[in-house]
Design a binder for this molecule. Sequence first.
Ligand code: MTE
Length: 312
Amino acid sequence: MPILHPNDIVSSEITPPEIYRERRRFMQGMGALAAGAILGVAPEAGAGVKLAGVRASAYSIDEDKTPYKDVTTYNNFYEFGTGKGDPSENAGSLKTRPWTVAVEGEVANPKTYDIDALLKLAPLEERVYRMRCVEGWSMVIPWVGFPLKELIRRAAPTGNARYVEFVTLNDPEQMPGLRRRILSWPYLEGLRLDEAMHPLAILAVGLYGEVLPNQNGAPIRLVVPWKYGFKSAKSIVRIRFVEKPPLTTWMAAAPREYGFYSNVNPEVDHPRWSQARERRIGELSKRDTLMFNGYGAQVAQLYRGMDLQKFF
Ligand code: MTE
C-alpha cells in the first residue's frame, strides 16, 4: 500500500525554516508594494498563465499561504509516480487540451463539457483553503475554481442520485504511472450528493491566480477542504451521479484504512498512525489537527447523528 507513513517524510523534503522565513519577508515586502493589485497573483507564483476575472470569496481563510514552490513540487499524483517530486518532474506529458468532462448517470441533463466551456460555467473565485493530507502534513493553498454545486444544479440530479463519482484520466500514454498496478485505475473518488452540493466543495482550475499546473491535477480537479487530500481527485474526465456509494480507489486498496467519508478527524486515528497532529509544510513544530480541518462550523451538520468512528 503505497501511502507513506508520516515518518517517511524526510526532513529534506520540508522547506527549511530559514528559507521559509526569508521567503515570507520577501513576500511581505512585495505584498506591501502590490497592495491593491489583482487578486490571487502572489509575487512568488510561477510564470504560468494568469486566470482573468477571479473574484475574492468569503470562504477563504486568513492564514499564511504555503509557498507556490512547495504547493507545486510536493505532490501526490500516483499516475506520475509515488515520490513527492515525481508529479512535478513527470506530468509534462499530460495533455490538457482538448479535454472533456462527461456529466452523466442519474441526471435530467447529461452533458459532455469542453474544458473551456467549463471554465466559463460560473464566475471563478479564489478560495484559500487549509488542506490536510492523510499522511500528516498540511498546506494552505489559494485555489481558483467554482462551486461544484453550480455544475450539479445544471445537471439536475434525479431522485435516484444519492452519490457523485469522480473518474479521472486513465491514459498510460500520458501517465506513465498507470503501467504499474499499484492502485486500481482509473483513480476514483466519491461524495454523498449533499456533500457535493456544499458551497465549500469546488472544482479547481487554478492556483495562485494561474492555470492549474499539471502536477496539481490539470485541467480540473476536485477540492473538498474538510476531507483528507486524497478525496480531491485530479484530472477529472467523468462526473457520474449514482444511487450507491462508489467504491473509491483507496477503499478498494485498503478498506480498513480508508473509509468513504475520509473527514479530517483528529479523534479517529489511521490504523497505522495518529491523526491528532500535523506538520504544516514550511513550519518546524507540529500543530493540532482540527475537527473537519477547521471547517466544522460549516460542515458538521452534514454528519449530525452519525457515528464518526464507524463512518470514518
Ligand atoms: N488524484 C489522482 N488522479 N491521482 C492521485 O494519485 N492523489 C490524491 C489527490 N488526488 C491523487 C489524486 C492525494 S493522496 C492527495 S494528498 C492530493 O491529490 C494531493 O494534491 P496536491 O498534490 O495538489 O497537494
